[in-house]
Design a protein around this ligand. Structure first.
Ligand SMILES: Cc1ncc(COP(=O)(O)O)c(C=O)c1O
Length: 388
């Protein structure tokens, strides 16, 4: 680790907890420590905290609070959605087929693989070279055994924003359920379960300046999904176990702050992202290629391919300069495998290994992005010169 002040450019991996959120977490631990299932004053106090947080998190999805179920994070919400919907269909003998996109997070891809091992039929929906799924291709893959389609709202590596309302509509025309992993979208781009016709939506707190280890799954009213755990029946039995009250209260506060900063974040962070891209292009001698869609992408995301540069060496050099970036999704970093997302977009292994993900957020300002752009260009030029 560097002793220089940190310039954090990995907000899609996680975000620092907002000070106001930390206050709410602490206050909940110290004051509202009752069990929300207890039927006396201290329990009622905790129940009120739980209800308030549920309303705040739900408001960012425009869903009824009672249709939102807290989990331990996005991973659990994704697993609950996929296993829950598929197992119910098997029980009711209504179908056996699941479709997921090729650029999903490992929480979806590994869950889909596990379902395949259990005898479900799983198909993978391809994406175009800019990371978009095609509604027509999806329509062609649905058959009379299809139960569920899962396509993420915003990709965590290249930031591509999928046409989820259109995909959900196609699913419903065929009597199929639609799930979206909205972990990277939530609080940043509009996800409206009513307007978009979504059946199941996963969200997570630590991508929006909330605590880690807490998330939620929206389940459309009347939809039956098989729980993954059995116990005391909390969260209407869909996700039983005493609720993570400090985490949930913090998630609620973080969602409230997202609502307050929604437009300002998009405008300010989007402008910084564009400026940073320009500065990098100006400073780098030779080619800089943008991975993913040029316009249909999260305002905070830049994923760049610097041919001839080992992105891992670039990451290490930037770390010594106090700049935190990523070479792929955080969950798979540490592994030497090229990103499955970049390969699905058609990049070669070499190109994937030469790609850097920069994700901006509330911690960044103009000074920090111009210093980071200068250091990135310096190291890219240096590493390229060494390679030849
Ligand atoms: C798209 C996506 N889905 C799911 C997850 C997992 O969420 P969590 O870390 O809350 O388990 C992540 C986290 O990186 C993500 O980016």
């Amino acid at each position: 680790m560097s002793d220089k002040p940190l310039i954090y450019l990995d907000h899609s991996a996680t975000t620092p907890v907002d000070a106001d959120v930390a206050d709410v977490v602490k206050q909940t631990m110290l004051d509202a420590w009752g069990n929300p299932s207890s039927r006396y004053g201290k329990g009622n106090e905790a129940q009120l905290v739980l209800q308030t947080a549920r309303e705040l998190v739900a408001s960012q999805l425009n869903c009824p609070p009672e249709d939102l179920f807290f989990t331990s994070g996005g991973t659990e919400a994704d697993n609950l959605a996929l296993f829950g919907a598929m197992q119910t269909a098997r029980k009711k003998a209504t179908g056996n087929h699941l479709i997921v996109s090729s650029i999903e997070h490992s929480a979806i891809l590994r869950a889909a693989e596990a379902l395949k091992d259990e005898g479900y039929r799983v198909d993978v929906l391809p994406v175009s070279s800019d990371g978009l799924v095609s509604p027509d291709t999806l329509a062609g893959m649905i058959d009379n055994e299809t139960v569920l389609v899962s396509v993420m709202a915003v990709n965590n590596e290249v930031g591509t924003i999928q046409p989820i309302a259109e995909l959900a509509k196609i699913c419903h025309e065929h009597g199929v359920l639609f799930h979206t992993d909205a972990v990277q979208a939530y609080g940043k781009v509009k996800v409206d379960v009513e307007a978009m016709g979504l059946d199941l939506v996963s969200v997570s707190s630590h991508k929006i300046y909330g605590p880690k280890g807490v998330g939620a799954l929206y389940v459309r009213d009347g939809l039956d999904i098989e729980p993954r755990t059995r116990g005391g029946g909390q969260e209407k039995g869909i996700r039983t176990g005493t609720e993570n009250m400090p985490g949930i209260a913090g998630f609620g506060k973080a969602a409230e702050l997202c609502a307050r900063h929604f437009d300002e974040d998009a405008e300010r962070i989007g402008a910084l992202r564009d400026e940073m891209f320009e500065l990098i292009k100006q400073g780098v001698e030779g080619k800089v290629r943008l991975n993913g869609h040029p316009e249909k992408r999260l305002y905070a995301n830049l994923n760049l391919c610097f041919e001839g540069v080992e992105a891992e060496s670039l990451l290490q050099a930037l770390d010594l300069d106090g700049i935190a970036v990523s070479t792929g999704s955080a969950c798979s970093s540490g592994s030497t495998k090229p990103s499955h997302v970049l390969l699905a977009l058609g990049l070669s292994e070499l190109e994937a290994h030469s790609s850097l993900r920069l994700t901006l957020g509330r911690t960044n300002d103009r000074d920090s992005i111009s210093r980071a752009a200068e250091r990135i260009a310096y190291h890219v030029n240096r590493l390229r010169a060494m390679a030849f």
